[in-house]
Ligand binder design. Structure first.
Ligand SMILES: [Zn+2]
Length: 163
């Protein structure tokens, strides 16, 4: 059986269900026109305090209100820690240049070899052989360039504890 629209003096069929209260246990039955009017004026949060609104939002979002404020604060601390860990992890992931503690001459020598500060002695050796071959004065290379490479190699040799 279809109810009549519950709006005063309306005789149309009440086919639209509109909540009377926020707990949605009681409904008005209106015709589409009066339902639209009712919905427009119905303020879900009317008469609620800020705390009640927050609690209602928490109930809808989490299924239950985050009643225990101390617990909520603990969660927040966890969340901040999580964010920090995430940001720190991300910076590693993004390969942010690590803070170098290498002495200036070593860094400069690696630059001559076009190697990163994380370069191993093997990489230094391989690059030195390649550059020395290329720039050796006997092979019509540049004596200045060769000297630069040689002194850079000496610095790195010392740095890596090689003789
Ligand atoms: Zn009506």
């Amino acid at each position: 059986m279809i109810k009549k629209c519950e709006h005063a003096d309306c005789t149309r069929a009440g086919t639209c269900r509109c909540p009377k209260t926020r707990d949605l246990r009681e409904y008005w039955y209106f015709c589409p026109e009066h339902a639209a009017e009712y919905n427009k004026n119905w303020n879900y949060y009317a008469g609620m305090s800020a705390d009640e609104i927050e609690e209602d939002w928490e109930r809808q979002t989490f299924g239950s209100p985050l009643k225990d404020k101390a617990q909520a604060n603990a969660d927040e601390a966890d969340y901040i820690k999580f964010l920090n860990d995430f940001i720190n992890g991300r910076s590693t992931f993004d390969k942010m240049p690590p803070k170098t503690t290498l002495p200036g001459p070593v860094t400069a020598a690696l630059k001559v070899f076009d190697l990163p500060i994380s370069a191993s002695w093997r990489e230094v050796g391989a690059r030195y052989r390649a550059l020395a071959k290329k720039h050796h004065p006997d092979r019509s290379g540049s004596a200045t360039e060769f000297a630069k490479i040689s002194s850079a190699y000496d610095v790195l040799k010392k740095h890596f504890g090689k003789k």
